[in-house]
Design a protein around this ligand. Structure first.
Ligand code: HEC
Length: 188
């Protein structure tokens, strides 16, 4: 029994040393300008979602979707998120293909997660990805306004849709478009 245990311990130590050697001898790739393999993307996204489920507090948005809050959300989104997640003008985002994993485009494919999930992702960021933590940059109320916008993209009140059209020279998201985005997620 003692010999068996020793064998297991030696095997584990050798495996750890091999993994360390593999990394320290430069075998791990670093480029961020390539597409992750689909198995890697699925595994990573499932792990990120499971971690959010475990850690994120189930907070309720303290703000209501008034025209003012949604329009403030648009301004804040444009200033802080559009660079990576796509602008309300619907032009491709500057950094759309420059991260590993790439940032999802929220204008053509808004997140369908609960608000507490989006808020937590924004507040804490996503480690080992290009997604920053915003808790040191944005106030809680600003983050809730952006969350409101993201969860109401396909059901904006008419006045806010007009605001979008006249300020960003593009049409707001429709619910058809959101459905298409969901299908894309389910069958990549
Ligand atoms: C510098 C680029 C960058 C900026 C700026 C940025 N993000 Fe991200 N974001 C990313 C990347 C890259 C990912 C993908 C991370 C992953 O897949 O693990 C991401 C992922 C996310 C996700 C998770 C999406 C999902 O499918 O679960 C949310 C939510 C999010 N970002 C919200 C925001 C919001 C809101 C802002 C603005 C306050 C913002 N991000 C600003 C790069 C950025």
């Amino acid at each position: 029994m003692g010999k068996f245990l020793l064998g297991v311990i030696v095997a584990v130590v050798v495996l750890i040393l091999c993994a360390l050697g593999f990394a320290l001898l430069g075998f791990l790739p670093t480029p961020a300008n390539v597409e992750p393999a689909s198995y890697e993307r699925h595994f990573a996204m499932s792990a990120v979602d499971a971690s959010m489920e475990r850690h994120a507090p189930r907070l309720t948005n303290p703000l209501t979707p008034t025209d003012q809050n949604l329009e403030d959300g648009m301004k804040l989104y444009t200033m802080n998120c559009a660079l990576c997640h796509g602008g309300l003008d619907r032009k491709p985002s500057t950094l759309a293909n420059s991260f590993y994993p790439p940032p999802p485009n929220f204008i053509s494919d808004p997140p369908d997660d609960p608000e507490w999930h989006t808020f937590y992702t924004m507040r804490t960021g996503i480690r080992y990805s290009g997604m920053p933590a915003w808790d040191k940059t944005l106030s809680e109320s600003d983050m809730w306004k952006i969350t409101l916008l993201l969860s109401h993209m396909d059901k904006l009140p008419p006045a806010v849709q007009d605001y979008w059209k006249s300020n960003f020279n593009a049409a707001p998201v429709t619910s058809d478009e959101e459905k298409k985005g969901e299908e894309k997620h389910d069958h990549p």
